[in-house]
Design a protein around this ligand. Structure first.
Ligand code: ATR
Length: 271
C-alpha cells in the first residue's frame, strides 16, 4: 500500500492523518497515512528512512518547512517563492519534488468554498512572516486590483513587497499607515496564536468587506471577533487547513477530494 505521513515537532495534535484518511476513503484511494516525529535537528535521518522504506509522499509542518525546502531535489515555483515546503512528492524518476500548498489552500478556501472574490478586489494581508510569504504568489495569480501588506514591523512588509515585485504590483506599510479601505482582509499574522489581533483602524474594512483569519480554534479568533460587526462575512483558517491538504492529496494522487465533509467533521471535533 502507498505510504504517506506528516512530520512535525510536536506532531500529536496534527489533524492531517484524519483529513487524508477521509480523502482516501471518499476517493477510493488505497493508502496509509501516519504521523512522524523528529527531534528539531533530526529531520534528515527520519525522512531518509521514510523514503528508503518506499514511501510516496510527506507533509511537513512546524518547525521543518525550511528543512524540507533544503531537502527537496526540485521545487515548484510556489514553493520557491514561499521559501518553504509543506509537501514532498516522490516523482517517477525517483526525485523528490518540494511543493507548498498553504497558499493554494488559502486561495481555494476563499474563492471556491466561501465564494468570495479575489480577482479585481482590493486585498490586504496583515503580517509579514512565513505565512504571508507563502500566500503572496497564489494571491497575485488571482489578479487582485491591489495587494497591500501591512505589518507591525513596517520594514518587514516593505522587504516582502520588494521580494515579490517581479510577480505583481504590491504595496506595504506599518499597521498604523494602511492607506485605504479594502474588500478582503486576510490576517496572516501570528497575533491570534496568543489571543491578540493586529491593531488596525476599523476604517480599513470597506463596505461589504470579507475578513479571513488564517488561525482557527474552537472559538472565533480575536481578529474575527473584532471584524464581525465591520464585515459582510468572516471565516477562520480551518478551511485553509483542509484546502492545503486537498492540494497535497491532488499532487500525490491526481484526484481532487471534497473538502466540505471533512471540514464539517473537523469543526465538530473542535467543539
Ligand atoms: P509565521 O510563520 O506564522 O508567519 P513568523 O514568520 O514568526 O510566523 O511571523 C509572525 C508574524 O506575525 C510577523 O509578521 C509578526 O509581526 P512582526 O514582524 O512585527 O514581529 C506578526 N505578529 C505576531 N504577533 C503579533 C501581534 N500581537 N500583533 C501584530 N502582529 C503580530
Amino acid at each position: 500500500m502507498d505510504r504517506y505521513a506528516v512530520i512535525g515537532n510536536p506532531i500529536k495534535q496534527s489533524m492531517s492523518p484524519v483529513i487524508h484518511r477521509a480523502f482516501a476513503r471518499e476517493t477510493n484511494q488505497n493508502l496509509e497515512y501516519d504521523k512522524l516525529f523528529a527531534e528539531v535537528d533530526g529531520f534528515k535521518p527520519v525522512v531518509d528512512a521514510f523514503f528508503a522504506a518506499g514511501a510516496k509522499g510527506l507533509n511537513v509542518t512546524a518547525p521543518f518547512k525550511l528543512d524540507a525546502f533544503a531537502y527537496a531535489d526540485s521545487l515548484t515555483e510556489r514553493a520557491r517563492t514561499a521559501g518553504a515546503v509543506n509537501t514532498l512528492a516522490l516523482q517517477d524518476d525517483g526525485r523528490l519534488l518540494g511543493d507548498n500548498t498553504d497558499g493554494p489552500g488559502l486561495v481555494s478556501d476563499i474563492r471556491d468554498r466561501l465564494g468570495w472574490r479575489i480577482e479585481g478586489q482590493r486585498v490586504l494581508v496583515l503580517g509579514a512572516g512565513g505565512a504571508t510569504r507563502g500566500t503572496l504568489l497564489p494571491l497575485l495569480n488571482e489578479c487582485p486590483a491591489l495587494l497591500h501588506i501591512a505589518n507591525r514591523t513596517a520594514s518587514k512588509a516593505v522587504q516582502l513587497a520588494e521580494d515579490f515585485a517581479a510577480y505583481g504590483d504590491l504595496s506595504a506599510s506599518g499597521l498604523d499607515k494602511i492607506p485605504q479601505a479594502f474588500d478582503l482582509v486576510i490576517n496572516a499574522s501570528a497575533a491570534g496564536l496568543s489571543g491578540e489581533r493586529p491593531q488596525i483602524d476599523p476604517s480599513v474594512m470597506g463596505t461589504g468587506s470579507c475578513a479571513y483569519d488564517m488561525v482557527y480554534g474552537a472559538e472565533p479568533t480575536a481578529f474575527l471577533r473584532w471584524a464581525e460587526p465591520l464585515s459582510a462575512s468572516t471565516a477562520d483558517g480551518l478551511g485553509m487547513l483542509v484546502g492545503q491538504a486537498a492540494e497535497a492529496f491532488y499532487l500525490w494522487r491526481g484526484v481532487r477530494p471534497s473538502v466540505e465533509p471533512v471540514l464539517s467533521m473537523l469543526r465538530e471535533a473542535l467543539r
